[in-house]
Design a protein. Sequence first.
Length: 345
Amino acid sequence: MGAKREPGLRARALTVSAAGGVAAGIALQVRHVRSIARDPEYLELTAPLGGSPIRVLSADGTRLHAEAFGPDIGATVVLAHGWTEDLRLWGPVIRILSGQGLRPVGYDLRGHGRSGPAAGHDYTLARFGEDLEAVLAAVTPDGQRATVVGHSLGAMSIAAWAQDHEPGVRARAAAMVNTGLGDLISSHLLIGEIAKRLGGPFAGRLLLGSRAPIPSFSSPLQHAVIRHAAFGPEATTGQVAFYEQMLVACPPDVRAACGIAMSDMNLWPAVARLTIPTLVVAGDSDRLTPSAHARRIADTLPEPAGMVELEHTGHMSPLERPQQLAAALSRLVADTAPLPPVAAL
C-alpha cells in the first residue's frame, strides 16, 4: 500500500513546494515594488520639474515638446536626451544649472515623452538633426547662441544636425555625452559577440530593432538586467527604477525604429562639421557606448574642448553623476562665453 501511495505523496509534495515558491516570488515582488515606491531618490527624480512649456514644430511637421528652466536672461543650454528616455533624464542636471543662473532647455525627442510621433514614422537620424535645428530656432533669443548638449541618441542628433547645418550660427559650444557615431554593434560589450556570430549588421538591426514588449511593472529580474546593461557599479535603486519607468513608457515601434536607425548609422564624417568647441563625456563602465567611442570623437574634433571620463559610471551619466556632469557643462559655458564689448577710447 505504501509503495502505491508514494507517487501521490510525491506529487503533493511537489505541489506544496511549487506553491511555496510562488508565494515567495510574490513576496519578493511586493517588497521590490514597495522599496522603489518609498525610495527618496526615486521620489525626487519623479517629482515634476516645473518648466515653462514650449511648443516646437519640426521641419516635417512633427510636434515637439520642450521646457525652459531657470532665469530668462541666463545663457541657454539645450539638452537632448537619449534613446527610450525623455527630458526628465536631465532633471538633476537641470536643477543644478538653473541654480547657477543658466537657462537649461530640455526637449523630448520625436516619439518620446510628450513629443508627438514622427510624421510619416520617420525616425532617421537626419530628422533628429532637423528637430534640434527647430528647437534651437524656437528657444534661442535673437542674436544669441546656445550650448547644445546631447546624451546618447541626443548626441547623435547633434552630429546629424552639424552634417546639414552650420553649427556656429545657432550654437557656441557642444557636449557629446555617452555616445558613439557608428560601429555601435561591433563594440557593444553586451551584444557585440552575439551579433558577430549571428551575421553582423543584420543581427544588429534585429537586436536593436526589436519590438518585443517590455513588462509594464518592475520586477527584481528586470531591474537587475537594466542595472547591468545601462548603469555603472555605483548606481542606486532610485536611478535604475527611474530610467526603467522611461524605458517602459517608450512605445515599442519608436524604440524599434530608432534602434534600426542607430544600427545602420555612420555619422563619423559629421565630426569634421562640428566647428564649435565640443566637449566629450564618457563613463568608464559604459557597456552600451564604451569610452573608446568618446576617445575617437575627441581625437578627430576640429575644435576639441576636452574629454571627461567619469569613474565607476555607466551609460546614464546624467543620472549617475549629475554633479560632475553639470560642473563640466558649466565650465564649457563659461569658457565659451562671448567676450564683453570693449569700451571706446
